[in-house]
Ligand binder design. Structure first.
Ligand SMILES: [Mg+2]
Length: 323
């Protein structure tokens, strides 16, 4: 695909505006970027977000959309306890207003990129008759600790979650700070067994850990930290449902031994709230002790991709992970 003069201008503009990172030997503007990772390993994650599905340009500023597109990727690097380094930004721009839109998207990403020492090191820009599509790929490296996988949970482990859950769509899904620093601090302070970032909702994302680790879990409804963004006028059960299923919390869910868990809670290495919400079990079921003290199957209801749906999309945007 031939590069348009608009694309050259955007590349120049990004090159002038993006903070450089030492690991990026050759950044944006050549045929490919060249990176040097001293740790010898690379963490890679990609996410594609589409207008009308994951955000609505009619309801959000391009800057907040751009910020979110970078933030969700940073959250996936955080879930590995990794240090992000370079981002690659691919845009399918609508034919009308594409160039200023691209600059505003990038303006929204820039402060977050600088906050987390990430260089915009390349990408691609095309124009089409469809709506805005933004794909971000991030490369990073282990931050002095082994990458924390979904597959490492052991029976007996404690389940801990950062922050509080639910109600993200009232605004937090656009403004959240990815838990990059918290993940690294937690992984350096304790031997984490498994970790995931909560993108689809606790009830759904917990199952990813259980499936990959071939274990089960028992969580306690009374301990789930419910965000202030959840309508306090709702019943406790309704509030809990939001906390379990709303998605886009971008908090960390992690498992570790009870000894390490108790030590972390006693002496937390992060300012973020840290809550024990349950334990990992050998039996491969996902259970919850409800408000009545009864043990029930945890209702999943986390967001799923709805491929092929012909229904008009008037529900909140759903999103999933690159797995
Ligand atoms: Mg994730």
């Amino acid at each position: 695909m031939a590069e348009s003069s608009g694309e050259f201008a955007l590349i120049d503009w990004i090159r002038r505006n993006s903070a450089r990172q030492p690991q990026v030997e050759t950044g944006i503007g050549d045929d490919a970027a060249v990176l040097r990772f001293d740790s010898g390993r690379t963490i890679v994650t990609a996410d594609m977000l589409m207008d009308g599905v994951h955000f609505r340009l009619s309801e959000s500023t391009p800057e907040s959309v751009g910020r979110k597109c970078l933030a969700v990727n940073l959250s996936d690097v955080a879930a590995m306890a990794g240090q992000p380094t370079a981002a690659f930004l691919c845009l399918a721009l609508p034919r009308t207003g594409g160039a200023p839109l691209a600059e505003r998207l990038y303006d929204g990403m820039k402060p977050l990129a600088e906050q987390f020492n990430v260089e915009i090191a390349g990408g691609d820009t095309n124009i089409w008759d469809g709506p805005l599509v933004v794909s971000v790929t991030i490369l990073g490296e282990p931050a002095g600790v082994e990458p924390i996988l979904r597959s490492g949970a052991h029976p007996g482990d404690w389940l801990l979650v950062t922050g509080s859950l639910g109600g993200s769509l009232s605004g937090r899904h656009l403004t959240f700070t990815p838990r990059v620093q918290e993940a690294m601090a937690l992984a350096r302070s304790a031997s984490l067994h498994a970790m995931i970032d909560l993108s689809d909702g606790l009830a759904s994302d917990l199952r990813h850990i259980l499936r990959e680790s071939q274990v089960g879990a028992l969580i306690d409804a009374n301990t789930i930290p419910i965000s202030d963004d959840v309508d306090p006028a709702l019943s406790p059960a309704e509030q809990l449902h939001h906390a379990l299923t709303d998605g886009e919390d971008f908090e960390l869910l992690l498992t570790l031994s009870p000894e390490q868990g108790a030590a972390l809670l006693q002496n937390p290495p992060v300012e973020a709230r840290l809550t024990k919400i349950g334990t990992i079990s050998a039996e491969q079921r996902c259970l919850m002790v409800d408000f009545d003290g009864e043990t029930v199957e945890l209702p999943s209801g986390g967001w799923e991709h709805r491929f092929g749906s012909t229904e008009p999309d008037d529900s909140p945007p759903s999103r999933g992970d690159t797995e």
